[in-house]
Each structure stands twice: as C-alpha cells, then as structure tokens.
Ligand binder design. Sequence first.
Ligand SMILES: Cc1cc2nc3c(=O)[nH]c(=O)nc-3n(C[C@H](O)[C@H](O)[C@H](O)COP(=O)(O)OP(=O)(O)OC[C@H]3O[C@@H](n4cnc5c(N)ncnc54)[C@H](O)[C@@H]3O)c2cc1C
Ligand SMILES: C[S@@+](CC[C@H](N)C(=O)[O-])C[C@H]1O[C@@H](n2cnc3c(N)ncnc32)[C@H](O)[C@@H]1O
Length: 592
Amino acid sequence: MYSEFAPFSLKNNTLFSEEFDDLYSSAKGAVAECNHVFIKGNNLNERFENLGENSKFYIGEIGFGIGINFLTTCKSWLDHTKQNQVLEFYSFDKYLFRLSDFIKLNVSCPDLKEYISELERNYPRNIQGAQKISLFGGRIILNLIIGEIDNTQEYIKLMDKVDAWYFDGFSPSKNPDLWSIKLFKCIHKSCHENTTFSTYTSSGLVKNNLTESGFNHSRAMGFSDKRHMLKGTVDTQLKKNTSNTKVAVIGSGIAGCVLSYTLAKKGIEVDLYEKSDSICSGASSHELLVTYPRLSAHDTAFGSFTLHSYIFATNFYKQLKTDTWKKTGVIILNHDAATEKRQSSLLEKRADGEIYRYIDPDEASEISGIDIKLNGLIYEDAGYILPEEMCKFLIESPKINIFTSSHIKSIKKNREVFNLNIGEKKFEYQNVCVCAGSETANIVDIDGISIKRGQVTHIESLDNVSRIKLPICAKGYISPRVNNIHLVGSSYSDIEDTDLSEEEHLYNLNNLKLVIDEEMNVITGQTGHRAVSKDHMPVVGMKDGIYINTCHGSRASVTAPISAEIIASMIVDEAPPLMGRELESLSPERFN
Ligand SMILES: Cc1cc2nc3c(=O)[nH]c(=O)nc-3n(C[C@H](O)[C@H](O)[C@H](O)COP(=O)(O)OP(=O)(O)OC[C@H]3O[C@@H](n4cnc5c(N)ncnc54)[C@H](O)[C@@H]3O)c2cc1C
Ligand SMILES: C[S@@+](CC[C@H](N)C(=O)[O-])C[C@H]1O[C@@H](n2cnc3c(N)ncnc32)[C@H](O)[C@@H]1O
C-alpha cells in the first residue's frame, strides 16, 4: 500500500537519478525535448486537430518521472482540441515525486504554470497500483500506474486502444527493464493499426527489441545534441474499437446513479430503471452516508481494494464540485484492543500522514468540536455524502433517461440481446447492469450474497452534540448535524422486516457512549437492507453476459465510484481503474 517517493538529485540544475545514473531529461530543456521527441514524433498536434466530435484519444507512457511529458501533452491537448474531446493518458513509473518536490522542481517551467497547478491540486498518492485522476473538468484523465514495471506490465494487457506511445525510460544501457522485448511485446498488444510511438534514443538495442516485438521504426533528427531519435508505427491489423450502444441500468441507489453518471461522461446513453416512484429509495436513502475506509495494513486484494476505492471515491466526489459531498474529514477512535492493533499496524505501514494520521485526545477534541477521551486516526480527505441530493445531481445529464415505477421482473437473453420485462412491455439492450442492492438476486442468478438489516437512530441536535463538526466513529458512529438531527449508527442483523426497533436504538446509543456519554433525545430512525457478500467485498463484473454491481455492504459511498468505473470501462473497452488481482477479487463468478 505504501510506495517510496522518488529519490533524486540535481546535476547542473537538471534532475538526476543516482539509482540509474542518468538525467531525467535533456539538459537543454525538458519541455522543448518533449515537444520535439514525443509531440512532434507522434504528429500529435495535427492528429488532435483532426479528431472527430466527442472522440477520445489514448496515450501510453513508460516513465512518468516528474510529469513533464504529461504536462506538456496537456498543453498541446487543450490548445488543439475541443471541449467535448477527452484525453486518457496512461503512465507507468516505479516512483512518484513527493508533492513538495514536484512543485519546487517545476517552478522553472513558466510555460506549464497552469498545468502544474492543476496537477498539484489533484496530485496522485504514493500507493502501488493504478490511480485515475480527472483533470481540467474531465477533459484529461491521468491514469498513473505506480510500481516496478515487472509488476505493473500486466496492466498494459488490459489496455487495447492506445493511439500513441512515449518510450521514456532512462538510457537503455542503464535501465534495460524499460526497453525489453517482454515489455515491448506486451505494449504491442495495446496497439491498433494507427498507433504510433516515439523515443529520444536510437540505440541499437532498442531498435532490435522493437523489431523483434512487431514495431516498424525509422530514424528522425534527435533533440538538441542527439543526432537521432526513433519513431514509428505498429505491425498490426487490429482496429480501434469505439462502439457505444445504449446501456440499461437497473436500480437508482448510489451504485446505479454513480454508474449512470460515469457512463454518460464516457458518452454512453443510459436508460435508468427504478421500481419505486422516486429515485434513491432503497438502502441509499439515508440522510447521509459516511465516507471512510476500513483499511488493512496487509497487502491483500481486500486491503488494496479498500485503499484504492477510498482514494478513487474522494477524488470522484471532489471533481463533481457539488455541495452534496462534504469533505469534513472523519475520525476513527481507538476504542478497543482490536482497533488499537489495527491502527498501530496502519501507522507502522505508513507514517507519512498522506492518507491518515494519528491524533491524540486533545487534537481529536479540537478537530471534532466535542470533548474526546480517546486517541485515534483522522482521515482528512474523508467526509460524507447526502445521497438523495447527490443521486439527483448525478443523473442530471441529458444522456440519462430515467424510468421510475418500472419494476424489472426478469432479464432474458435472446441471442446477443437482453430483454427486460416490465409488466407486459419488453425492452431490448446489448448491455444491462443490475445495481439492485439487496434485491439483485431476484433478477440475476448469483451466489454468495446475504442481506443484512441496519438501523440508524436520529437524535436531536442539542448542547454538546450540536457542536460536532465531522463524523466520529468508534464501535458505531455519530454524524454532524444534517436537517437538524444527527445520525447514530448502525445496527447489523438478519431481521427481515423494516420496522424501527427500540432494541436497535438502544444498541446504537450504547455504542455512542464510547464517543460521547450523555443522555440523547431520540427523534426517530431509519432502517435499510444491505447486500453483503460472503467475503465482504463488493460484487462487480460480468456474469452470464449481464453486468452486476452490488454488495456494497456498509461502505457504498466508498466503493460505488470505483465499481462504476470498472463496469463502465468494461462496457467501453477501456483499461480499468484497478490491477488484475483486485478485479478478480470482485468477480461475480467467485462464489460459483
Ligand atoms: C442502516 C444503514 C446505515 C448505513 N450507513 C452507511 C454509511 O454511513 N456509509 C456508507 O457508505 N454506506 C452505508 N450503508 C450502506 C449503504 O446504504 C448501502 O450499501 C447502499 O445504499 C447500497 O446502494 P445500492 O445502490 O447498491 O443499493 P440501494 O440503495 O438499495 O438501491 C437499489 C435500488 O434498486 C431498486 N430496485 C431493486 N430491484 C429492482 C428491480 N427489479 N427493478 C427496478 N428497480 C429495482 C431499489 O428500489 C433501489 O432503489 C448503510 C446501510 C444501512 C442499512
Ligand atoms: C527519463 S525518466 C522519465 C521522465 C518523464 N517522462 C518526465 O516527463 O518527467 C525515467 C523514469 O523511469 C522510471 N523507471 C526506471 N526503471 C523503472 C522500472 N523498473 N519500473 C518502473 N519505472 C521505472 C524512473 O523512476 C523514471 O521516473
């Protein structure tokens, strides 16, 4: 979960790597070098200008470094394309630069000032694996894959539309892993008949390995004092796949609404079906959903998914620029031996404060607004969503058609299409995604799902409680004030009915004593049914040709955004926001 920041030094004012004994770019100027080698080498400005309406362009890069190539490409993209076109930029690196170094070192690039500021505001985290970051209002998406290339090149196998590749490892003699036949063969599979590539080097080893791997290369004039560089095309007849047929999404809770939004953003029309007469009326319909992860210090698929889904979610909500997301931070108090053990191992694993940090009772009291007697962790990027308002906001797009009071009774496959039945009517789709929460198993054949009831207690906002500024979690949680109440949650049981229970109110209030031990005035509460899988991971992927997105358990506000991106990327045939191990751990087939 933790990745070391890039070690570096400066040689005559140019960024230098002691580890690889090489400069990061030409001493004659990194931006000018990028413009010559990569932008011109792939004829990008002209290709950008000739793109069709609403089209997408995909660039891959080996060696993200300090991001000069990326930022220079951002400038070129924004200067030469229209508002409705999107650049997906995939870049691989072993390291990320520390944010403070990124800012300090890039000060000398006045031409890139606004692009540097945008990346600085949305800077990636130093975690292993893939991160997807939306920039410039969604016109550019940075996909940064951090880790040793040997471990991350499996991700390239998930990419298959790349229009241009930048090969920018250190000198091939010093950094052979980034120029190997194994890597180039893998990259070849991500290309189509119009893909191009370029690189600053014209080394014999690189030429040989490119030829062996199916690339056609030619020499071109190199940058500054380099005589030659290489550029070329790819020996393949594969076509770039750009199909985008309408998708049916079933269920308008947080999972279905985030998915509809994500599909619409990718240019796909959506028919969103909801059985109730209004959207967001299932388990998502609470006054608020607290958004924080239950992280694990272990390098398992569960641990990695939890961390990635949390970072993805907080980035996702931030870029929405909506009041329905409240980035307040969330405090997790250290209230028993098991929590103490988990928090100590998390702090041992990463002490850099980038994702969470230790707070003592004094600081916890100051941050939260009430007197706290326990220490704990604060997740500063966490917060809560207002689900109903957020769902409405998410499905505002003209690309999303909403059909309430539309109970899908069954989904039947007929050759290559699916028929949805609503009463006597039938509707046909190639792609259907079921986001029906705890009712998913009523319409698709799926194992390993159970249903767990929960109840939150609504308490009056009086005295001390009214001062709470952010969600505080111990055995249960208490929220800050929303609509003049505070939510205290939440019970977890196998009971099927939806009536409020005194016993569950008492359970919630008893847990609350760990945070604040005062008499509370209960106003009412709300129950709901969570879908939970056997291994407590969401169920996201395809089964029998139908996409499924459910089992968000008690953490839908954290897991729904990345799950939506997984499904949407499967539908439009783009690389997913996670590595293979994590994707497999979510598969709807895993309990068969
Ligand atoms: C008491 C409680 C407290 C919780 N607290 C939090 C929290 O603080 N933070 C957090 O992140 N999560 C929390 N959760 C979990 C979260 O609420 C759920 O995981 C989440 O709401 C699931 O969202 P969903 O979109 O998958 O399902 P739902 O919100 O249940 O949406 C499914 C929708 O599908 C519709 N539907 C079902 N079948 C059909 C059909 N056949 N045809 C058409 N429509 C259909 C339903 O009407 C419903 O609107 C809590 C859950 C409970 C019960
Ligand atoms: C020449 S620099 C890239 C410069 C970058 N394109 C830029 O615009 O700043 C080469 C990069 O390759 C990365 N690298 C070297 N060996 C690697 C490996 N085995 N796996 C992944 N990345 C590696 C280094 O960390 C370094 O950032």
